[in-house]
Design a protein around this ligand. Structure first.
Ligand code: ATP
Length: 269
């Protein structure tokens, strides 16, 4: 049984198509990586699965259930947890409150909430002494752990992560990826979206390469790591953190300009 299946998916924003004919499968209990450069459409795919945007064509299945027209809250209840890019932690809320928010759609009572929070502190001891602290007081790596723990609070069947390594030092990235391999060993199905191809292919059972909205390669993580094409395109030059941050800033500005353009065009229609 597959945890997630995407078939013939086409999606975009305001009449602009971003994803074309996407075919992707996350088998039950597998860690699947989706890698690709900035703007390839990786986040857009996660947004389709979690119901934030609806595709224009295609199917998304969890088991034998179609979800591509379901609401985001229904999809959380069906067992999809989406850990968004840049973590989106509520910095002025406590760590415990951030965790509670993760279980919001599950509509559970206080005793069950406490049980789930203590499960999270067992799994992530770094959070145990920080429950009462503002989340903004955590380090970047701890905030990423909190974002993952918040996702797990809904007891998902599949965990989707959008660039958990973003902005973190290599040592912290390794810790986060260790967390993911541990969760997989406990049976969790994981869809990991990353620009960091090298580290994510190294831990992935299966992987897909997305380029300007299309899947251009697929295989086991190790076969893609060994592919000359992947090495040349994605692993050749190890970009420094500064480069990554500069590219990120430029991308944000470009995206904002593009959003404004899309809004203008849509308004004039
Ligand atoms: P990144 O890792 O940089 O987030 P990505 O592979 O996740 O890249 P997406 O964020 O899915 O890429 O973006 C794919 C394309 O869709 C980009 O060209 C982006 O500018 C565009 N896009 C993303 N969000 C919107 C939006 N809300 N409105 C219009 N266009 C958008």
């Amino acid at each position: 049984m597959n945890a997630l299946e995407v078939r013939g998916l086409v999606a975009g924003y305001g009449g602009i198509t971003v994803l074309r004919d996407i075919e992707l499968t996350v088998p039950q209990g597998a860690l699947v990586a989706l890698v690709g450069a900035n703007g390839a459409g990786k986040s857009t795919l996660l947004k389709c699965v979690s119901g934030i945007i609806h595709p224009t064509r295609g199917e998304i299945r969890m088991g034998d259930r179609r979800i591509e027209r379901s609401s985001a809250s229904a999809i959380v209840r069906l067992g999809v947890a989406h850990v968004p890019e840049r973590r989106q932690i509520f910095g002025d809320l406590s760590v415990a409150d951030n965790l509670r928010l993760g279980a919001y759609s599950s509509r559970v009572g206080a005793p069950e909430l406490s049980r789930r929070i203590s499960e999270m502190t067992d799994l992530f001891p770094a959070l145990r002494d920080r429950l009462a602290d503002d989340a903004s007081a955590l380090s970047g790596g701890q905030q990423q752990i909190l974002a993952i723990a918040r996702g797990l609070m809904s007891r998902p069947r599949i965990l989707m992560l959008d660039e958990p390594s973003l902005g973190l030092a290599p040592r912290v990235v390794r810790e986060i990826f260790d967390v993911l391999t541990h969760l997989r060993s406990e049976g969790m199905s994981i869809l990991l979206v990353e620009q960091n191809a090298r580290d994510s292919l190294a831990i992935a059972d299966h992987a897909y390469v997305l380029e300007t909205g299309r899947i251009v390669m697929a295989g086991t993580g190790s076969s893609l790591l060994g592919s000359d094409d992947v090495v040349a395109r994605y692993l050749g030059v190890g970009a420094s953190q500064d480069d990554a941050e500069r590219r990120d800033r430029v991308r944000r500005i470009a995206e904002r300009l593009r959003d404004e353009l899309v809004r203008d065009v849509t308004a004039k229609r």
